[in-house]
Design a protein around this ligand. Structure first.
Ligand code: WQD
Length: 339
């Protein structure tokens, strides 16, 4: 299929572009480089051995999207483009609503005018807030506490309403748990700008010597080792889940939301120790207070993804850490700012 990837040079988008090409699809990537770098395109060419069809476009730019649709035809879209930092969203809610919600609405208007209505949406487990019951199923209550999570949920409602208004729209919202790791080549990986907000990139920057130590946010949670638990999954498993979602849309029209995780929770300390096992080095860390808004435990029921998509996340936590470390040790300072 000819697939438009918005946010295609981002962490999840770039890994999905690799898996799409390897599955025989023809992706076209667009990105505004607000949270990624042009050098990703060179790396994708190195990995796939093919040229990468790319346009520098912001999804809020209706004219640019129209011009794209006049020179390219698509069978489906995977929509990654959106800001994704919880803390930033609290400081800059308008930026999040304009980009996430406004960008999604503009994109869908243009797609509708060009009869492109197979749509995979990059959603997040953050829509479950602090779940009361575990594992989290797709029917668990939705409650979001920060603007980032609210924009993800509002976009899910936008897309569900769009399908309800016109059943020609076939949409699946993929609720990611905690994507980590990197492509096995070490050529692409998680390359956050500034200080990493997320656990694994922070750990890998400690391991490579860019950070002195890791602050573990809370060791007084009601969990076996006192540190918080999440459902970490390998980014390549996640990328393969998007390929499965595209195939699903081709045969099963409608609207759906599906969890993508491993179905197993692991604590912060378990991830620290797994990373130490994978790199053979020590990750200096200290325990500090809990991070506001953090849940003690979040992990997924992934039976629907297996039933509906025929997808499971099979890569181990050691593969997640080994691949993350390969990327970080090959790119100690991340990718260069210019291609
Ligand atoms: C994981 C655990 C922290 C950093 C968020 C978003 C989610 C997705 C992933 C975008 C928590 C602890 C972290 C550190 C730590 N974002 N931690 N020290 O919060 O589960 O999910 O990021 O797609 O939508 O909600 O992920 O990696 O930030 O934190 O102790 O320096 O690691 O407290 O328990 P989170 P995370």
């Amino acid at each position: 299929m000819r697939v438009l990837l918005t946010g295609g040079t981002g962490f999840i988008g770039s890994h999905t572009a690799v898996e799409l090409i390897e599955a025989g699809h023809q992706p076209t990537l667009i990105d505004n480089f607000s949270n990624s770098k042009p050098a990703v395109l060179d790396r994708l060419r190195d990995i796939t051995g093919t040229d990468i069809d790319f346009f520098e476009i912001d999804v809020r730019d209706e004219q640019a999207l129209e011009e794209l649709m006049n020179v390219r035809s698509f069978d489906a879209v995977i929509h990654f483009a959106a800001p994704k930092a919880v803390e930033e969203s609290v400081r800059r809610p308008l930026h999040y609503y304009q980009n996430s919600v406004g960008g999604t609405a503009t994109l869908c208007e243009v797609l509708d005018r060009h009869d492109v209505r197979n749509f995979v949406y990059s959603s997040s487990a953050t829509v479950y807030g602090m779940p009361e019951e575990l594992p989290v199923t797709e029917d668990s209550p939705l409650s979001v506490l920060n603007p980032y999570g609210r924009t993800k949920l509002v976009c899910e409602y936008l897309l569900e309403d769009l399908h309800t208004s016109d059943s020609r729209w076939n949409i699946v919202s993929l609720r990611y748990f905690n994507p980590v790791g990197a492509h096995i080549s070490g050529l692409i990986g998680e390359d956050p700008q500034g200080t990493p907000a997320n656990l694994l990139p922070f750990i890998s920057q400690v391991a490579v010597g860019r950070r002195e130590f890791l602050d573990v946010f809370g060791n007084d949670y009601p969990t076996p080792d006192g540190t918080a638990i999440r459902d970490y999954l390998h980014v390549t498993d996640l990328a393969e889940g998007h390929v499965a979602a595209l195939d699903h849309l081709a045969t099963s029209p409608g609207y759906d939301a599906i969890n993508l995780g491993t179905g197993r929770g692991r604590s912060v300390l378990e991830m620290v120790h797994a990373f130490e096992r994978s790199t053979g080095g020590e990750i200096p860390h200290r325990f500090v207070g809990r991070r506001p808004g953090d849940a003690a435990e979040v992990w997924a029921d992934v039976s629907k993804a297996e039933r509906v998509l025929g997808w499971t996340a099979d890569r181990t936590v050691d593969e997640m850490c080994t691949d993350a470390w390969r990327w970080q040790s090959m790119n100690p300072d991340g990718l260069p700012a210019t291609a």
